[in-house]
Design a protein around this ligand. Structure first.
Ligand SMILES: Cc1ncc(COP(=O)(O)O)c(C=O)c1O
Ligand SMILES: [Zn+2]
Length: 371
């Protein structure tokens, strides 16, 4: 018996951890990894080697790394004094392919490789595709990456340079997913959707473990995350729950979820109508039907976080402000979190003198530059 299985996030039915199983066979709910056999559990050391984190691999030697994780945390003195808070950034753009996705991809590709998978399909707004392309090459797997034709050229070229087959889709982010699902139908290729694969969140979990160490075992009071499908948001929460279960932390941060006003299926308070979706400069969070929406909403309730929508002009403004005030150059999707920070402070969801951590999820070099 393996030390983990997949569990439905809605009806809690157990499933064998098969790479082809991405949805619950009873209720079509999304799946997550559940560790069931502590005697066989495999742990990796994270947070500067100080913490054990359970992983869905049978041995540490199965883990394929390109050096992801352990990203720096820096203070943001100008934003801190502007808002009278204690603001820190975790520099996720310093991951090997320039975004936080590498955390999830490293674990997902390692787990799939350990199960004998040699050909995969993925769909992405660009960053996850570039990440999957790099790690599948490292694993000796063939990868087909579906991405919108409208994605920044830099991201599309990055997908290609690692050697994957790029399928450009003349349509929205959601239509890109549909094209990938159609392509994989009736083929033996594995659909390695980073949004559905339970392995991906087991990798983004490392972010939550690292901050325990980054903040000297004191968690920040707030974490503000740009959310499309919620893979980082949910990975952070899973880490926090595991740390709480080990009695290492008592109070959990508020996890705030930031979306673009033009695509806000989670932040719109159930008034969202996908047919009215408009385009956004924050391409990484332009997800009209996030499959893990119920999970994100549940974490919002449990953590006391707020879901907030930000305006296009504010996203662009904050990309420039972050570069000018703090010397940090992020892509527009990441800047959305800062536009959200401003709203949360104005709306008093974050109070004066509170500590705030913002992941800078992707590099400014990957997207179109503002003039
Ligand atoms: C730079 C960046 N930030 C945030 C996100 C949102 O991640 P998720 O869709 O897992 O919530 C993405 C997704 O593509 C991204 O590329
Ligand atoms: Zn179910």
């Amino acid at each position: 018996m393996s030390h983990y299985e997949f569990e439905c996030t809605e009806c809690f039915r157990s499933h064998k951890a098969d790479p082809q199983t991405l949805r619950c066979e009873t209720c079509f709910g999304t799946l997550s990894v559940k560790y069931v056999n502590s005697k066989k559990q495999v742990n990796t050391l994270v947070g500067g080697g100080t913490l054990e984190m359970p992983i869905p691999l049978c041995s540490l030697s199965e883990y394929l790394s390109l050096g992801e994780g352990n990203t720096p945390v820096v203070s943001m003195p100008n934003i801190s004094s502007m808002f009278e808070v204690e603001a820190h950034a975790k520099l996720e753009f310093m991951n090997p392919t320039g975004s936080f996705k590498d955390r999830g991809t490293a674990m997902m590709i390692s787990a799939l490789k350990s199960k004998g998978v040699h050909e995969i399909v993925e769909d992405s707004s660009g960053n996850a595709g570039a990440s999957v392309s790099a790690y599948s090459t490292r694993a000796g797997m063939k990868a087909h990456i579906f991405a919108p034709l409208s994605a920044p050229r830099t991201k599309l070229n990055q997908i290609k340079i690692y050697g994957s087959v790029l399928h450009e889709v003349d349509g929205s982010r959601d239509e890109t997913t549909e094209a990938a699902e159609k392509f994989v139908k009736n083929k033996s290729i594995v659909y390695a959707s980073h949004n559905l694969s339970p392995f991906f969140i087991e990798g983004t979990k490392t972010f939550g473990y690292e901050i325990f160490n980054d903040f000297d075992r004191e968690m920040p009071e707030n974490i503000v995350v740009p959310v499309g499908n919620g893979s980082l948001y949910l990975g952070i929460w899973k880490a926090l729950e595991e740390l709480k279960e080990k009695r290492l932390i008592k109070t959990l941060p508020k996890l705030h979820c930031i979306q673009a006003e033009n695509v806000n299926p989670i932040a719109s308070n159930n008034t969202w109508n996908k047919s009215e979706m408009k385009s956004t400069v924050a391409g990484g969070i332009a997800v009209g039907s996030p499959p893990r929406k119920l999970e994100v909403q549940s974490v919002l309730r449990q953590s006391g976080g707020t879901a907030n929508s930000v305006k296009e002009a504010s996203i662009v403004e904050w990309q420039i402000k972050l570069a000018k005030y703090e010397g940090l150059f992020c892509e527009p999707t990441s800047a959305a979190a800062f536009a959200g920070l401003e709203n949360l402070i104005n709306g008093k969801q974050i109070d004066k003198n509170e500590s705030v951590l913002i992941p800078i999820t992707g590099s400014g070099l990957k997207d179109v530059f503002p003039e």
